[in-house]
Design a binder for this molecule. Structure first.
Ligand SMILES: Nc1nc2c(ncn2[C@@H]2O[C@H](COP(=O)(O)OP(=O)(O)OP(=O)(O)O)[C@@H](O)[C@H]2O)c(=O)[nH]1
Ligand SMILES: [Mg+2]
Length: 285
């Protein structure tokens, strides 16, 4: 079994920084965490990439093509379609050229996939889902990590709309899912307090605030109330704050994702296998 985190979220929400932070944390804790860049428009990232989609196709290829004439967003969608069509390229990067060799190997690869910020790839287009299915067919267990900038989550109306964005990714990808609030280190004390309140959401206090001074909130008070109740009643969406300056915060979040991926649990099973009765062990000799 191999493990994958698919890092998604709106433009600039901190996906690539999350990948660097986790890779560095892995390095510090003697754990191998690899990162694959699947953003064909990436200019810069500070992690060491195991593979890079720009070796296959670059956004400029789609935009400068005489026939395609794509703008930046359409071009990006094209690049991801191209990736799915040329899945053998990705497979070779992840599985080695000859996958015969990989069969039967106890593999505990742990790979983060840094995705582009075009959220539509994951809310209603099919490429996000196709990518997940490909990874599963290559023996990966996949967890989606949805990043949202915490600076935009410190008022009730935005919190609701951020939650809905997370929910549409969850509904489309149908994978184990963790929502991360990034850049918590940038919040001042008041904003942190506000955020804490939302993290254990009491729908009524949240929505009481939404309806004040927000045209949408006032007009659709009942709707927002119903949405809030839905989210609360079904425990649909939870957020984990990430302060990338705080090792403990990083470690806690990784532990959370690990447990969703059941990472490490297979290792326990293997240890137990060794405790088989004596004669079973003799047979192996
Ligand atoms: N202070 C602080 N800045 C952050 C953090 N995460 C991201 N940033 C900054 O936010 C900006 C965007 O971060 P990226 O990691 O590039 O975001 P992204 O989601 O990969 O962006 P796109 O790939 O363009 O969609 C950069 O200037 C980062 O330095 C954080 O945890 N703390
Ligand atoms: Mg990025």
């Amino acid at each position: 079994m191999r493990f994958a985190q698919l890092i998604v979220g709106p433009a600039g929400s901190g996906k690539s920084t999350y990948c660097s932070t986790m890779q560095q944390h892995g390095f510090d804790t003697k754990r191998n965490i690899q990162v694959v860049n699947l953003d064909p428009a990436a200019e810069y990232f500070s992690y060491k990439a195991l593979a890079d989609i720009r070796d296959l196709i670059h956004l400029d290829d789609a935009m400068e093509d005489e026939e395609l004439h794509y703008g930046p967003n359409g071009g990006l969608i094209f690049c991801l379609e191209f990736l799915i069509e040329n899945q053998d390229w990705l497979k070779a990067q992840l599985c080695g050229a000859d996958d015969e060799i990989m069969l039967g190997e106890p593999d505990d690869d742990y790979i983060l996939f840094d995705m582009p910020g075009q959220i539509e790839l994951f809310t209603h287009l099919k490429m996000g889902k196709q990518l997940v299915q490909l990874l599963e067919s290559w023996n990966f267990r996949v967890c989606v990590v949805f990043c949202l900038d915490s600076q935009f989550m410190v008022d009730g109306a935005k919190f609701i709309s951020g939650t809905m964005a997370a929910l549409s990714v969850m509904a489309n990808l149908e994978q184990p899912h963790v929502n991360v609030l990034t850049k918590v280190d940038l919040l001042n004390a008041d904003a942190r307090k506000q955020l804490e309140m939302y993290l254990e959401p009491d729908t009524h206090s949240l929505l009481g605030e939404v309806t004040i001074g927000s045209a949408f909130g006032e007009k659709y008070r009942k709707l927002t109330e119903a949405i809030g109740a839905l989210i609360e009643d079904f425990s649909l969406v939870r957020f984990f704050p990430l302060d990338s300056q705080d090792e403990e915060s990083i470690g806690d979040l990784l532990l959370q994702v690990d447990s969703i991926l059941q990472y490490g649990e297979d290792a326990d099973v293997q240890v137990r296998d060794f405790d088989e009765p004596e004669d079973a062990r003799d047979d192996d000799m």
